[in-house]
Design a protein around this ligand. Structure first.
Ligand code: ADP
Length: 371
């Protein structure tokens, strides 16, 4: 069992920088939780407080119900994997992996068994006699992961472990870490600025901005029900489009007007939008929810094509509606020309709406019911 609980945790650095502001996060046993957010948002600081590498300024940290605030890192039963691998250059791979166990006076046979088991799991058996400098970046990262595994910790902490690898290796390691999590059945906390890593690996994502937790939830829940414009724009690539539209009275109901188009919201969303009649809001729509329409008709949006990006399986179209930019993802069989006009039919049931001042989701109440 390894449950990690952050209760009202803050970090105030010398000079008054509040790097983490009142974080409340529960990491359940065997969960793979990813902290994600832009550079400088406080992800690493939060992780380092869990590891015991930074003092906690305010709040309480529990591992399996035990208060950890004043427990030294070595007694927290956690293992951390860093971006720069942090291997000892003068030791062999074997010794790098065995070092922590020798210090803990684990019997030699047991050390040997654990190192070999981990080496097999990570496919680094043939490198055990090598020094780190004779390994590629990807192999070094495996050794760093191996060193964590042999300790059989309660919790694994990863701080941007794939950032130094090239794109192809990152994709491969992503899958391997997911498999490792599955095989080890361990609790893992993983920090990254890369929302793709978060989406693909996490059982639960914690989105952080400016030291504050924005939203916590399963990847697809966050994707479909973001609480604010920041989360909506951060999760997903290309990002969600945000068009400023005016909520207008339309017959008995309402419509969303941009000047170049007027569309009806989904019936389920209409009651929440009614309060905004006469006001401007953000209409959020994901690139894959903008469909190609054969001709202009009620409910379609005429847009101008500025860039066509064929990606093989699909096409990204960079567009403007009026003077507002947006991007659409289409199937590859269409033939689009830069400078041309195309009509889009937005999947209104998938649309999101955000208050222009607070940037909070206007559909929050509806989302709570979906949770
Ligand atoms: P992230 O991991 O999300 O990139 P960090 O947790 O490293 O962000 O940093 C969060 C904020 O705290 C940043 O504004 C950073 O400049 C600041 N910070 C980090 N370490 C220190 C430190 N030792 N002293 C003062 N400020 C720091």
């Amino acid at each position: 069992m390894a449950k990690v609980e952050l209760k009202g945790i803050s970090k105030i650095y010398e000079g008054g920088v509040k790097a983490v502001d009142n974080a409340n996060i529960v990491v359940e046993d065997k969960e793979f939780v990813v902290f994600v957010g832009p550079s400088g948002c406080g992800k690493s600081t939060t992780l380092r407080m869990v590891a015991g590498l930074e003092d906690i300024s305010e709040g309480e940290l529990y591992i399996d119900g035990e208060l950890m605030n004043d427990v030294p890192p070595k007694d927290r039963n956690i293992a951390m994997v860093f971006q720069n691998y942090a291997l000892y250059p003068h030791m062999t791979v074997y010794d790098n992996m065995a070092f922590g166990l020798r210090i803990k006076k684990v019997p030699k046979d047991e050390i040997d068994k654990r190192v070999h088991e981990a080496a097999v799991k990570l496919d680094i058996e043939k490198f055990l006699d090598r020094k780190p400098k004779a390994l590629s970046g990807g192999q070094r990262q495996r050794v760093a992961v191996g060193r964590a595994i042999v300790r059989k910790p309660k919790v694994f902490l990863f701080d941007e472990p794939l950032s130094n690898l090239d794109a192809k290796l990152r994709v491969q390691m992503r899958a391997e870490l997911s498999k490792l999590h599955h095989d080890l059945d361990a609790t893992m906390i993983y920090v990254t600025h890369d929302q793709v890593e978060a989406m693909t690996m996490a059982s639960k994502i914690v989105v952080i901005k400016d030291g504050k937790v924005q939203q916590i939830g399963a990847p697809l829940f966050l994707y479909n029900h973001p609480v604010n414009k920041f989360v909506a724009g951060f999760i997903g690539s290309p990002p969600m489009n945000f068009l400023t539209v005016k909520v207008e009275k339309d017959g008995n109901g309402i419509a969303l007007s941009e000047g170049t188009f007027k569309i009806k919201p989904d019936a389920a969303h209409e009651p929440y939008l009614k309060a905004y009649e006469g006001k401007e809001i953000y209409f959020g729509i994901r690139p894959e929810d903008l469909r190609y329409a054969e001709k202009a008709e009620k409910g379609t949006m005429p847009v101008q094509i500025t860039v066509v990006e064929p990606l093989g399986a699909d096409i990204h179209l960079w567009l403007t509606a009026g003077n507002q930019p947006l991007v659409a993802r289409m199937e590859s069989h269409y033939d689009f020309k830069v400078g041309g006009t195309v009509n889009l039919s937005p999947e209104m049931a998938k649309a999101r709406y955000f208050d222009k001042d607070t940037e909070l989701s206007i559909l929050a109440e509806l989302d709570r019911k979906a949770e």
